[in-house]
Design a protein around this ligand. Structure first.
Ligand SMILES: C[S@@+](CC[C@H](N)C(=O)[O-])C[C@H]1O[C@@H](n2cnc3c(N)ncnc32)[C@H](O)[C@@H]1O
Length: 234
């Protein structure tokens, strides 16, 4: 009998793991003009398709997919978030990018937003996405663009070893195209803005960010990396 493969540990996500309520408010404040959704509809059309959202957290983005997709399922490794998503009536399965609880060739769109696919090291998840996609499927990775100030500067202040350009080169080598997206985050009030910045950054960087944000809006850059199923084999 074969030995079971060890289950890889999830990548720690302190913001959503420790402060899920604040993270939900953060999600609502992100990309208020829907620039990411506009790009997704163009680059990874999901209307009438079967979609999986990998590392879906509490499933914040699932209802947007569900409104147009044929089906949408979330996959999330952190059990409290799986429970939270299910309590909201969402179809979320416990699993991880490296081990998707989905059959071979069963989805058309694999979407992951600020989850797991951060650059070198995510190859097992890339292979898993290929396994579950049908021919013609598309894998789309949405991540924060740490080259764009001011948010990107705060990220790099807390993650001095993270090299955003190395991450971009990695995805390019893996056969992805890349598009930069400019978004606006808009909070309902200053207090919420400060609470969110405090769950995203170390105390010192959060104070710097709070001092730098004038009002309740800030520009935040994202990268969209897109690859068609099987493209990396050509
Ligand atoms: C910053 S949160 C983003 C959640 C969600 N995508 C959203 O936009 O609201 C990152 C998520 O990735 C999950 N995660 C961590 N390791 C993972 C893995 N190996 N595979 C899939 N998801 C993972 C975390 O548990 C967390 O829910």
């Amino acid at each position: 009998m074969g030995r079971a493969r060890p289950v890889p540990k999830p990548i720690p996500s302190p913001n959503i793991w420790h402060w899920p309520d604040v993270y939900a408010v953060e999600n609502a404040a992100q990309d208020v003009d829907g620039a990411i959704w506009t790009a997704l509809r163009e680059l990874a059309p999901f209307a009438g398709r079967d979609v999986v959202d990998v590392g879906c957290g509490e499933g914040f983005h699932l209802p947007v997919f569900a409104a147009e997709a044929a089906s949408v399922v979330g996959v999330e490794p952190h059990p409290p978030l799986v429970r939270r998503a299910r309590a909201r009536g969402l179809d979320v399965r416990e699993g991880s990018a490296e081990r998707l609880p989905l059959a071979d060739a069963s989805v058309d769109v694999v979407h992951a937003r600020t989850a797991y696919f951060f650059g070198p090291g995510c190859e097992p998840g890339l292979a898993e996405a290929e396994r579950v996609m049908r021919p013609g499927g598309v894998l789309v990775v949405v991540d924060l663009d740490a080259t764009v100030p001011p948010y990107g500067e705060w990220m790099r202040a807390d993650l001095p070893r993270y090299d955003p350009l190395a991450a971009e080169r990695f995805f390019a080598r893996q056969g992805f195209t890349m598009q930069r997206i400019r978004t606006t985050w808009r909070f309902p009030d200053r207090r919420t803005c400060e609470k969110v910045l405090r769950i995203e950054f170390s105390a010192a960087v959060a104070e710097r960010a709070i001092a730098a944000v004038d009002g309740v809006e800030l520009p935040v850059g994202y990268r969209l990396h897109v690859r068609r199923a099987g493209l990396h084999l050509q």
